[in-house]
Design a protein around this ligand. Structure first.
Ligand code: NAD
Ligand code: DAU
Length: 352
C-alpha cells in the first residue's frame, strides 16, 4: 500500500495527535497527512505544535465538521484522498450519559458521511481504517476476555454509537466492496489526554490537592494501553491487516480503578512531594457510581499478535510513570485547556 494523501479525522484529539506524530516519524510512510478536525472542546491544535514545520509539505490542517456531507466530499476530491484513518468522535462516556445527541450525530452520521465520500472515490481509494473501542462488547464477568467473535452488547450511548459506526463500516465493505479495516481497542493513556478521563484527571487533581473522585466501589476493571502502542497497532493493521477484518488491541494490563488511583498518588508524591499535607492517597473520595457502569473489560489480542506480529512495548508501570512525568513537565498545556467550558463540565459532573 502506497498512500499519497491520508485523511486523519480528529487529529487534534488525544490519540489522533499522537498518531500523526508517530506516523510522520516512520520510515515506511512517505505520504501527506490531511487532518480534518472540528476542534470541539476535546480538539487542541497545540497537540500538534511544530509538526508542520518539522515535516514541510507533509502535514496540513482543515477545520471541518464530519457531519457536513458537502464539506467532507469537497475535502476528499480537493486533496485526492486515497486512505482514511478515522478517529473523530465524541469519546467521553459520562458526557454521553448527560447529553447523547452529539454522540449520535458525530459518531454515526459523521462516519456515514466519510464512508460515502470514500466510496465516491472509486478505485482510487485504498483503505478506510476505523478506530473503535472495546466498549462495544459490553461488560465481562470476573473471567474471560473479548475476542473478535464476542457479540456486540453496548451499554452506554457512547458505546452504542460506536457500535453503530462499526456496523456501517462492515456494511460498506460487504455491500460496496470498500477496502476497510477496523480496530477495537481498550483504554488508552499517555501524553495529551484531555483531563476529563480518569488518569489525567487524577494526576492534575492530585497535584492541586483536590479530591480524587472514584466511582462506586472502585473495583471496576479496565485494560490499559499506552497510546504510542495503540498508534503502532493501528499502523500495523492498516499496512498488513486483511481487508474487511476487525482486530482487537489491548495492553495485557488489567487494573482496578482504585489501584490506578493509588499508583498515581504515589507517583505524584515521589515527583512532587507535598509540603507537610500528607500523602496524596488522603484525597481519594468515593462518589456516586456511573449509571450502567461496565464492570470489567479485558482484551484477547491473539489475532493481531498471531497474524500481524503486534505486541505492546510498554508495561503499565513504565507507561504510567512516563505519563505522570509528562503532565508535570507540561503544566502550561493543561492550564490552557482547563477553560471555562471544562470548569462547567466539572461542576455539572462532580457538583463542585
Ligand atoms: P478525543 O475526544 O481526545 O478526540 C476526539 C477528536 O475528534 C477531537 O479532536 C475533536 O475535536 C474531534 N471531533 C469531534 N467531533 C468532530 C466532528 N463532528 N468533526 C470533526 N472532528 C470532530 O478522543 P480520543 O480519546 O483521542 O479517541 C479517538 C478515537 O479513538 C475515538 O473514535 C474513540 O472512540 C477511539 N478510542 C478511544 C480510546 C481511549 O481510551 N481514548 C480507546 C479506544 C478507542
Ligand atoms: O475502553 C475504551 C474506552 O476507554 C474508550 O472507548 C473511551 O473513549 C475512553 O473514554 C475510555 O472509556 P472509560 O469510560 O473506560 O474511561 P474513563 O477514563 O472515563 O474511566 C475509566 C474508569 O474510571 C471507568 O471505570 C470509570 C472510572 N472513573 C472515571 C472518571 C472520569 C472514575 O472512577 N472516576 C472518574 O472521575
Amino acid at each position: 500500500m502506497d498512500i499519497r494523501n491520508l485523511l486523519v479525522t480528529g487529529g487534534c484529539g488525544f490519540i489522533g495527535s499522537n498518531f500523526i506524530r508517530h506516523l510522520l516519524a516512520k520510515a515506511d510512510f512517505h505520504g501527506r497527512i490531511i487532518n480534518a478536525d472540528q476542534l470541539t472542546y476535546a480538539g487542541n491544535p497545540e497537540n500538534l505544535r511544530g509538526v508542520e514545520e518539522a515535516y514541510p509539505g507533509r502535514y496540513l490542517f482543515r477545520k471541518a465538521d464530519i457531519c457536513d456531507a458537502d464539506l467532507v466530499r469537497e475535502i476528499f476530491s480537493h486533496y485526492e484522498i486515497d486512505a482514511v484513518c478515522h478517529f473523530a468522535a465524541e469519546s467521553h462516556v459520562d458526557r454521553s450519559i448527560l447529553k447523547p445527541d452529539c454522540f449520535i450525530r458525530t459518531n454515526i452520521l459523521g462516519t456515514f458521511n466519510l464512508l460515502e465520500a470514500a466510496k465516491g472515490r472509486g478505485s482510487a481509494f485504498q483503505l478506510f481504517h476505523h478506530v473503535s473501542t472495546d466498549e462495544v462488547f459490553g461488560s465481562l464477568g470476573p473471567v474471560g476476555a473479548f475476542t473478535e467473535e464476542t457479540p456486540y452488547r453496548p451499554n452506554s450511548p457512547y458505546s452504542a454509537s460506536k457500535a453503530s459506526s462499526d456496523h456501517l463500516v462492515r456494511a460498506y465493505h460487504e455491500t460496496y466492496g470498500l477496502p476497510t479495516t477496523l480496530s477495537n481497542c481498550s483504554n488508552n493513556y499517555g501524553p495529551y489526554q484531555f483531563p476529563e478521563k480518569l488518569i489525567p484527571l487524577v494526576v492534575l487533581n492530585a497535584l492541586e490537592g483536590k479530591p480524587l473522585p472514584v466511582y462506586g466501589d472502585g473495583k471496576n476493571v479496565r485494560d490499559w494501553l499506552y497510546v504510542e502502542d495503540h498508534c503502532e497497532a493501528i499502523w500495523t493493521v492498516m499496512g498488513k491487516g486483511r481487508r474487511g477484518e476487525t482486530y482487537n488491541v489491548g495492553g495485557r494490563a488489567e487494573m482496578e480503578n482504585i489501584a490506578i488511583v493509588e499508583m498515581i498518588c504515589d507517583l505524584v508524591d515521589e515527583f512532587a512531594p507535598s509540603s507537610g499535607a500528607g500523602p496524596r492517597r488522603r484525597l481519594i473520595t468515593f462518589v456516586k457510581d456511573r449509571p450502567g457502569h461496565d464492570r470489567r473489560y479485558a482484551i484477547d489480542f491473539g489475532k493481531l499478535n498471531g497474524e500481524l506480529g503486534w505486541t505492546p512495548a510498554e508495561s503499565f508501570a513504565s507507561g504510567l510513570r512516563k505519563t505522570v512525568q509528562w503532565y508535570l513537565d507540561n503544566k502550561g498545556w493543561s492550564e490552557r485547556i482547563c477553560s471555562g467550558e471544562y470548569q462547567s463540565w466539572i461542576k455539572e459532573q462532580y457538583g463542585s
